[in-house]
Ligand binder design. Structure first.
Ligand code: MN
Length: 186
């Protein structure tokens, strides 16, 4: 049985303001992630998935079980990658791969804006920026994520309404924990 407490935030709920408000964290982490966890628990109870790791469930399931398991993984990964003003040490490998910090930000923003409807934008270990729709996740496709941005409307609507671009800018400039990204490269 998974619980929200198994996916603790590493920051106080008001620590990311004004870029991500406490109210957004209360809904996004406290309600949306909690619902995915509870849904997953209900779906896997009494099935072969009950004894599997979250990653193994994602790799071997489909439909509702996949969607909820992937959303649990995606949200945990997203929240672990956040830190206010954590941008002092953007890894050199990223700067080299994209031709500079600004070019990386520009490409990431373009990709995040291109997601139609709900989905995610990722930087993967092979230095590619990719997007996934709805709950889909790179680990289901053998790709290693380094960083993700949730671009479902629930991630930004309370703080930015329909201005997804402003949310992407705030994320890239003020909310990425580059130490988290560097650690995922190892
Ligand atoms: Mn979300």
């Amino acid at each position: 049985m998974l619980t929200l407490e198994q996916f603790p935030l590493k920051f106080a709920r008001d620590a990311l303001a004004p870029y991500m408000s406490e109210e957004t964290i209360n809904y996004h982490y406290g309600k949306h992630l909690d619902t995915y966890i509870k849904n997953l628990n209900g779906l896997i109870a009494g099935t072969k998935y009950e004894s599997m790791s979250l990653n193994d469930i994602i790799k071997s399931s489909e439909g509702k079980t996949f969607n909820n398991a992937a959303q649990v993984f995606n949200h945990d990964f997203f929240f672990r990658g956040l830190k206010k003003e954590g941008a002092s040490a953007i890894p050199q490998k990223i700067i080299d791969a994209f031709g500079g910090r600004d070019k990386f930000f520009e490409q990431f923003k373009t990709a995040a804006l291109s997601v139609f409807g709900s989905g995610w934008t990722w930087l993967t270990a092979d230095m590619k920026i990719i997007t996934t729709a709805n709950a889909d996740t790179p680990i289901a496709h053998g790709q290693i994520p380094l960083l993700t941005l949730d671009v479902w409307e629930h991630a930004y609507y309370l703080d930015y309404q329909n201005r997804r671009g402003d949310f992407i800018d705030a994320f890239l400039n003020h909310l990425v924990d580059w130490d988290f990204v560097a650690n995922n490269m190892e």
